[in-house]
Design a protein around this ligand. Sequence first.
Ligand code: JAB
Length: 250
Amino acid sequence: MRLDVVTIFPEYLEPLNVSLVGKARARGVLDVHVHDLRQWTYDRHNTVDDTPYGGGPGMVMKTEPWGDALDASLADGYEAGAHSPVLVVPTPSGRPFTQELAVELSAEPWLLFTPARYEGIDRRVIDEYATRMRVVEVSIGDYVLAGGEAAVLVITEAVARLLPGVLGNAESHRDDSFAPGAMANLLEGPVYTKPPEWRGRSIPDVLLSGHHGKIARWRRDQAFARTALNRPDLIERCEAGAFDKKDREI
Ligand SMILES: NC(=S)c1ccno1
């Protein structure tokens, strides 16, 4: 997968050099290109924004730098043999970013991120590129950030870990919260590791039983209970009959 990010804060994307995403890049699973939007400004102040038409507070990011930057990023990708990019626009007014969307994006060969600052990007930029590629406007939550770069980090991490060969154990994300399948609308339950006793706190006996069926059932019960506690809005989406009242007790 190729990732391009156009931003006025390239240094904000430094975390894409470390940990899981950094290792995926080092192994060639992920090919990340960060572009400084100000490279496509031609005035002495490297201006990327201007006042909004219609008035109102704040500033709007200008069309010309974005158009030149996106054209250059696309040309670079096509030259490198990439094709069918998806324009990913982090915005509070986008569709919710979910595990399902992360899975969907992880199947794409090329993601082109446009994290905005100020009040956002002149709408004509998105409309222009929507004539050439799929555009996904996405929100990582119902809150407003100073810019979309943090959302790029979140989305990239969630997508990269789903790419083949990135997680050590390919089974790891099968039991993730929200993972497609049995966990689709469930939160992960509690996890434990050695030592067996810590400050007078021991491990649930079932996890030491070696009985895989009972362990699986306990884990699912814990997931249901945790979901009922923290995300009751999800609980009714679980398959009917798979949830007994007793499971609500943690
Ligand atoms: N909630 C999101 S994705 C966002 C982007 C910029 N501000 O908030």
